[in-house]
Design a protein around this ligand. Structure first.
Ligand SMILES: Cc1ncc(COP(=O)(O)O)c(C=O)c1O
Length: 382
């Protein structure tokens, strides 16, 4: 990226130049991809250009990691081959036998990884962070890590990051926030007191359903950074140069994409909340949602993920399944944050341990015209 360090410049302007502006011999506007796995030594045996071997460090990866560090206001960033690889690196970075607090509602892969990854030996305790007594009780047991996902997946619960960070730090615990659903353009967890932010790059950051990746960004002074660097380099689950390059290309449009995603979600939530077949809409952008009071203080917008329940019976999946089967523009698939809208019956995706209501559908609102999305949902609900 060109050197904007002594400019007062908006984040949209910075991102429009992500992955551009390197001083190349050919004058490329867009930076080349460094696909070499190895780098040549100088005649005296040194590595004068800093790079030795791509697993340890790669120029394209470093470029992306620098951009993500700046976006989150952190000190270091480590990218991984998937969001789950990044999540497991964080879990590996805490001492074996530590207690990790997890919210009741959280991306199902996290508790599954803790329970089923060989060698990952941490204890978990599930906590409702909205219940101060439950949280205080859990904090009193001196956890090492407090895992926050806000808004949560799939119930869109909003956690007060400042409050949780203050309580966690009082017993020396570290706080990690999964910022996948918001991106640093909506929420900057390090500024709210978190020690580490984690992203599935697979979602909004890459934004086109064609990159699998993860990133961990640490605040200055966090001792987790050094351990994460070792896990990245020695574990070797690094993000490949082409995925790094594609992610930088996508970051150039993140501000405009995210604005459209969020505008569309606001419009759709406003229609769903009035629909007679929809019993509940979970979306922090709605004035009646419990997380709405955090808009302005913690999040700039409600995001673009909406969950809604079809019919009154939480244990009955049939009406929700029928709606998902009837959408025409909105595609039936898991994942989120891409250009095309996706609808998903979440409980059946999460499997037998799910706590998600059976009549809940999760919608990743894409970039289509909002009128078309609303028309598709209305015909599917009719
Ligand atoms: C909130 C959240 N965190 C983490 C992940 C895991 O990311 P990945 O699929 O890139 O491994 C997901 C995936 O859906 C997610 O939704």
């Amino acid at each position: 990226m060109p050197d904007f360090s002594n400019w007062q410049i908006h984040v949209d302007s910075l991102l429009a130049h992500a992955g551009c502006g390197a001083d190349t011999e050919t004058g490329d506007l867009v930076n080349p991809i460094h696909i070499s796995t190895t780098f040549e030594r100088d005649s005296d045996g040194s590595y004068g250009k800093d790079y030795m071997y791509s697993r340890l460090g790669n120029p394209t990866r470093h470029e992306l990691e620098q951009i993500l560090t700046n976006l989150e206001g952190g000190d270091s960033c480590f990218t991984f081959a998937s969001g789950m690889a990044a999540a497991c690196a964080i879990l590996q970075s805490v001492e074996a036998g530590s207690t990790v607090l997890l919210p009741h509602d959280v991306f199902h892969g996290i508790p599954k990884a803790i329970l089923n990854t060989p060698g990952l030996s941490v204890d978990t305790r599930f906590v409702d962070y909205r219940d101060h007594r439950d949280l205080d009780d859990a904090i009193a047991r001196k956890p090492r890590l407090v895992w926050v996902e806000t808004p949560s997946n799939p119930m869109l619960r909003v956690t007060d990051v400042r409050m949780v960070a203050e309580k966690a730090h009082s017993v020396g615990a570290r706080v990690v926030v999964d910022g996948t659903w918001t991106t640093p353009l909506i929420q900057r967890p390090l500024e709210l007191g978190a020690d580490v932010v984690f992203h599935s790059i697979t979602k909004y950051l890459s934004g086109h359903a064609d990159v699998l990746g993860g990133a961990v960004i640490c605040r200055a002074g966090s001792e987790l950074g050094q351990r994460l660097e070792q896990i990245q380099q020695l574990g070797g689950s690094v993000l490949d140069p082409f995925s790094c390059w594609l992610t930088m290309r996508s970051l150039r449009t993140l501000p405009v994409r995210l604005k459209r995603h969020c505008d569309n979600a606001d419009a759709i939530a406003g229609v769903l909340v009035k629909h007679p077949r929809v019993s509940v809409v979970h979306f922090p952008g709605l004035p009646d949602h419990s997380g709405n009071s955090f808009i302005g203080s913690q999040m700039s917008r409600g995001g673009a993920m909406i969950s809604f329940q079809v019919g009154e019976l939480e244990s009955d999946p049939a009406p929700a399944m029928k709606v998902a089967a009837a959408t025409r523009l909105i595609r039936r698939a898991t994942s989120l944050g891409s250009t095309e809208s996706l609808i998903e019956h979440r409980a059946s995706m999460e499997g037998s341990v799910t706590m998600t209501p059976q009549n809940l559908l999760r919608l990743s609102v894409g970039l289509e015209d909002p009128e078309d999305l609303i028309a598709d949902l209305l015909q599917a609900l009719s």
